[in-house]
Every structure is written in structure tokens, then in C-alpha cells.
Design a protein around this ligand. Sequence first.
Ligand SMILES: Cc1cc2nc3c(=O)[nH]c(=O)nc-3n(C[C@H](O)[C@H](O)[C@H](O)COP(=O)(O)OP(=O)(O)OC[C@H]3O[C@@H](n4cnc5c(N)ncnc54)[C@H](O)[C@@H]3O)c2cc1C
Length: 448
Amino acid sequence: MNLSIQSLNNVYDAWRIMAIDSVDLVVIGGGLAGLATAALVARSGKSVCLFEQSSSEIGGRARTSVHDGYCFNQGPHAFFPADVGAKLLKELGVSYTGGIPPATGFEIRDAKKYRLLVSGSSDSMTQANESSLGKVFAQLSDLLNKSDFAELDNVSVQEWIDRNFHDADSTALMKALISLTTYGNDPEIQGAGSALHQIHVYNQGGVMYLDRGWQTLVEGLVAAAKNAKARIVMGKKATKVQRNSSGWQVTLSDLGQISAKVLVIAAGPHEAEALFHNGEKPEVLSKAVKEAKPVRMVCLDVALSSLPQKEALFALGIDSPLYFSVHSAYAELGPQNGALIHVAKYMGTSIKPNPREDGKELEELLDLLQPGWRQLVVKKRPLPNMVVSNALVTAANGGLSGRPAPRIDDGLYVVGDWVGSEGLLSNASFASAKRAAQEIQNELAPRL
Ligand SMILES: Cc1cc2nc3c(=O)[nH]c(=O)nc-3n(C[C@H](O)[C@H](O)[C@H](O)COP(=O)(O)OP(=O)(O)OC[C@H]3O[C@@H](n4cnc5c(N)ncnc54)[C@H](O)[C@@H]3O)c2cc1C
């Protein structure tokens, strides 16, 4: 018999297609949302299999890469200890350490730096007396205490600022604060309710830069999932999902297939919709794809052998959407005398990245704050077009209530930063994972 390699491959593929595995839950995507969902459902004793398309890196946008001993998050990542993610990680036994940067530093106006003096304590945004910005912070604290955030869901950030602040400096500072905490840069369309809630959460617990980067969260979630006997399969992209008699059939990039009673898609809206072929696309997903306005950021991540200006640790653009922070000043991210700096530009949903010009602008910001940095570079990593959030929360869509719910249909769920009525950024991913896991456990519970 003369079997060619090609025909052997065909036989092998056919065998794999026939070898259909079956589990309670398949999760597509190994970012924070997918990992958290897999861990929570596996802990209730259900069989869970998660597929991540990357063959080498788990964690999606929360992954950290190590270069020359420096831990590079994917752009600036700050964890909100007072938000829903912290509660979920505690429930799953995921621990982390890090430092809370004080709300002090520099503001950038007219390409010059000025001291921005906000109280160093993490539980308060009270302005230091000598600063002219004191009134803004006092007024903001007062407004946050009085606000019913849900009532502001249909109000845009611009409208809310116009109602409450009446001079150019306060208005510019409020916009910068909203960019800092939400990564948005679209005051005309961004919903005020979720943005103010985010500042409120910041005011309660500050933000934390994590030792060894966000990979600690990813590794903790992987361990929680594996301890609960979830299978995590790397290097397999889901290419198609369709209903079958027991629930769902998922086809993978290697043509393997797996059946599941319940399916969770933990990817962005476009990737989720693309999994449905032959006119089977759920309406909710098509709507989400049509409406989603991804929030983008241009980042420059830089490791230096030492920090030229020890006192310049944070700066925020007031008349330009710029961010600068020395994350290694508060978290263990590399060698002791070295520095890991994140510089970035908030692009919002409509500013088009221009890698050459943006890169130059970010390097000039470093020149202003850390003159001499160019001679100390260990590694410079530009990330010219990052999706920080798959969908801006807009006033026109009714704020957070306009996002799709995790449960789309019987046995079909989505989770991620564009899903559910709670949280922004990673906290939306965590909150939607928690909600989906609760509903999946009910759905999979034996009927009496
Ligand atoms: C520059 C930047 C700064 C940020 N800063 C912060 C911050 O300060 N604070 C904060 O809370 N959040 C921040 N975020 C947001 C945070 O990183 C994300 O909200 C969170 O990581 C999203 O997790 P996720 O699991 O929902 O999605 P993702 O991380 O996008 O994970 C999706 C995963 O699914 C996989 N996948 C997709 N399609 C398939 C398929 N067909 N088959 C198999 N696998 C598939 C992908 O490879 C990926 O691993 C930031 C993000 C960026 C980019």
C-alpha cells in the first residue's frame, strides 16, 4: 500500500474530527474574563475546557512580558483595589502585592510641566492648600458624594462638566481626570454615570501597580482554574460554533471539535460574532458589533537602567491627552536601580493613531520629565494602537445598561470588557465573568 504524507494527514484530520470530546462548559479565550469564568464554573464541579488561540502566551491584554528582567505590562495597567475584580480574585484565592501611587506629580500644559498637588493619601482627593486646583477637587468630592451614578447614565461627560464646572481650567482638569481613570477621551459621547463611578472607586481605594505585573493575576487565575480541574488548551483558535443536540459544537483551528452543554465566548464582539456561520449570528452580537466604539491608546513602554529624575514619577496632560508614570517606583517590576516607565496617549474612539508622530510626542514627553533617559534605555517598546476597551460606555446607549447581558441565549454567554451592567475595563471583564458563572451554575444544576 502506498500512503503519501498528505493522505496520512487527511486520515489523521478525519480521525480527529470524529473524536468528539464532550464537556459541560467550553470557554473560548484565555484573558482575565475567560480564565475567571472557567475557574468559577470548574469549582462547582463541572467539566470545563478553555481554548486560547495563542500558543505561547495566556492572559490576553493582561499578560506581562519579561525583557532583560523588566516586567512589561501591555501599556500602563493599574488595578482598582476597591472594585469588583478585587472581590472576585479574593473569592478565587488569587493573591497579589504591589504599591499604591500617591495622587501627586506634574501636570503638562503648553508642553511645560507644573506641579500638580493633590493629597498623597489614597483615600482622599483633597487638594493641598497651596494649589489653585483645590476648589476643583473639593467640588468633585462633594459632587461624587451626592451623585446617583445610574441617573447620569444618559448624560454625557461634557454635559455633566458643563453643568458643574464653569471655568476653562476646571473643565480641562475634569476631562483629564476622566481620561486617567477610564482611558476615555470622548467627553461628547462618553456616559457620565460610569465615568464618575470610576472616579468614586478610585477615591475609595486608589489604584495599585502590581509586583511582577498583571501576569500575577493571570497566573493566579490559571492556578485556580487548574486546581479545580479545568483544562486549559493553548494554541487552538475556535473557528466556528454551532448548535447540536447536546448544546454546542465548537470547531478548532486544527479541525478538532468539542461538544459542550454551555458555551462562553470570552473574546471581543467582532471575534465573537465571526464564530457564527451561515446566518446564525445572534442579533445581540450583531448589534454589539455595530454599536461598539473601541477605546484606543498609543503606548510607549520603556525600561531604563536608572531613573535620571527621581522626583518626576507621574504626569498628566491637561491640554493634551498624555500620561506618564514610573510604575517601578511603586511595584517590583525589574532590577533594583532600574526603572519601568509607561508613557501613553489617550486616543479615545476616533483619533487615528499616527505611529511616527505619536511616538515622537511620547519621546518628547520623556525628554521633558526625564532628560537624559535616551542614554539609559535597556528596552523601548512602542505599542502604537492598543484596544484598551472593546466598547466605550456611551450616554446615547443609556450607559452601562446599554451593554449586552452575559447571557445571550440558552447555553450561550459572552464575557469581557464590553459586557454586562457593571464596571469598566478589567472590572467589566471580572463582573461579567462572575455573573455568567452564577447563571451557568443554575443552568447546569440538575433539575428536580
Ligand atoms: C494599554 C492598556 C491599558 C490598560 N489599563 C488598564 C487599567 O489600568 N486598569 C484596568 O482595569 N484595565 C486596563 N486595561 C484593560 C484590561 O487589560 C482589559 O480590560 C482586560 O485585560 C480584558 O480581558 P478580557 O479577558 O475581557 O479580554 P482579552 O484580554 O482581550 O482576552 C481575550 C482572549 O481571547 C483570545 N481569543 C480571541 N478569539 C479567540 C478564538 N477565536 N479562539 C481562542 N482564543 C481567542 C485572545 O487571544 C485573548 O487571549 C488596559 C488595556 C490596555 C490595552
